[in-house]
Write a protein that binds this ligand. Sequence first.
Ligand code: PEP
Ligand code: MN
Length: 338
Amino acid sequence: MMVVMKNTATEDQIKHVIEKIEEVGAKAHLSKGKYKSVIGVIGDTQQIDREVLEGFLGVENIVPISKPYKLVSSEFKAEPTEIKIGDAILGGNHFAVIAGPCSVETEEQVVAAAKAVKEAGGQILRGGAYKPRTSPYSFQGLGVEGLKLLDIASKETGLPVVTEVLDPRDIEVVASSAAILQIGARNMQNFTLLTEAGATQKPILLKKSFSATIEELFMAAEYIVKTGNEKVILCERGIRTFEPYTRNTLDISAVPLIKTLSHLPIIVDPSHATGKRELIEPLSLATLAAGGHGVMIEVHPAPEEALCDGSQSITITQLKELMEKIKPLAKFLGKQGY
Ligand code: PEP
Ligand code: MN
């Protein structure tokens, strides 16, 4: 349930309600909006006498939350969450471009990609140092060495970095390089990882598993937000269907749907969704038109030499061309900053 406070409610009145909730062993989650404060009640709400609480000073009304996910739902918080990272804002009326190589390979490669992203007008650099590969015989990423190369690329360009963390034991070291911790599709339901990554209080990019429902994505995000970290960026990266032409099938309908159900930002990764370089531009523009808060794109200075995902990586020239199409469309759609 949610306790909606009047816009005239004082700090003491809010505190009093929280105390009452915690007295019976439930958890109170305060969300301060522009006009109103809302206190979400998580846990056993049976012990709470609704009528008594309704009579508390400063309380406007009490609303039950009908969904199994609470903290991430738009019932809980109507205002969209905006997350500021470097020059980029994820969420609200903003559109951010995250781009970079699938995996960090060499200093030359990642710095060239980072410079290209910066010059084209992208705001965040991506690059994997720890790679979740289907085959144990494939390139697994450079690990700590890769993080160091991301640090260099970030310093040279001023771009913040998003990079994946696969294992709770690596959270600390990854968090020392990353502005955003990525939790990949294969780990979407690794609940220990979600909780421990969330506890760093760093922004988390949570990729939807190729076999998860939207509700399962929300439940996974709930694990992170439950740690007190609301900075979660959701990412649609394609789902498994019977269509073999593409690596996965991009569920573009997930974008407007997620925006109605949750206050969290939703971006799209057209690279992993399709596996095909020629589909990146149309699907990035489709994401923007569908109301997505950004895209994450794989770009490589020499895709044919990439150690991972070369066929879905666009060239630097293609990135520039894409950005030149994103900018006027974003402006036309009234996105801030364009
Ligand atoms: C990635 O973005 O590097 C990646 C491995 O993506 P996903 O987890 O969506 O497969
Ligand atoms: Mn990849």
